[in-house]
Design a protein. Sequence first.
Length: 337
Amino acid sequence: MRPGGLEVLDQRLRGTKFVSLAARSIMNSPEQTGMDFWSINPYVGCEFGCTYCYARYAHRYVVERARDGGRLSGDEFTEFRGPQGWEAFERRIFVKQNVLSALDADLRRYFGSAGVTAPIVLGTATDPYQPAERRFRLTRAILDRLARYESLSIGIITKSPLVTRDVEVLARLGARSDLEVYVSLISADAALVRRVEARSPVPAARLRALRKLADLGINAGLIVAPVLPGISDDVAHLEALFQAAREAGARFVHAGPLRLYGGVRDCFLPVLEAQFPHLTERYTRAYGRHTNAPREYAAALKRRVQRLQAKYGFPVNRGMEDRYQRRRPAPQVELAL
């Protein structure tokens, strides 16, 4: 089945389709993203369907590019995009093809660049261990390739316990390079998580995965992103999460406030109005004209997080900008692929 030239690789009974996407490149450079690290996302779109996920705009961009390239008809474009451009994010998942040849070419570019000391991070836009990974194993293939090298700085972000499937390759990576595995969790309260994350694993499953990684000596911790104003930012919620991280053997906890891009706002605010109607006015006022949380709020949250980091024995950092920091010397390698 090939809608507009895009091959459907698999589909779920609930209607989710997995579609092939030819990939000539899989690593995004800092110049491309404006971030200070290189990023890899094996999938575009995510079955977890978190209502606040900022990557919905990236999915829309890929769909629009497929339309412009003649691979989607008008009707197919509507199906793959959704009426407002964000609804198909968790229903039409693009699976990148030829990832190893694309990665090899990108690594030549990486090692030849002035930014060779920059970290490489998997899962910055969509979860590299979402359920599709059980079949397609793209993340595993990428990690196996990266494990050939020494003195890299690698980060992995995931909500999924599936990351523990790859403990053997993670151990190899950690032995030769800086490795940090970020288990993403916004709250230890399962009922709260379910209200804003459509299909994500329950908090207990994520914490068990963190415990397993830690017990095997893998450098793993929590990333609490986003912290939701008025929902998960109070001391009680954060304290419970930091305590759970401590008990699970986390080596670090990072946290940062919600960002609401234009397309994401259209998805998240209706959920907020249905689930937390008393906060609608506050969010409209705070995010009506801005993507980022108000500066004063972000500064106050940062201080709260730092106090909890100190209380529970985690490294106290400046904020989310302290993620993915290199601890080993930059690689001195020749690329032999």
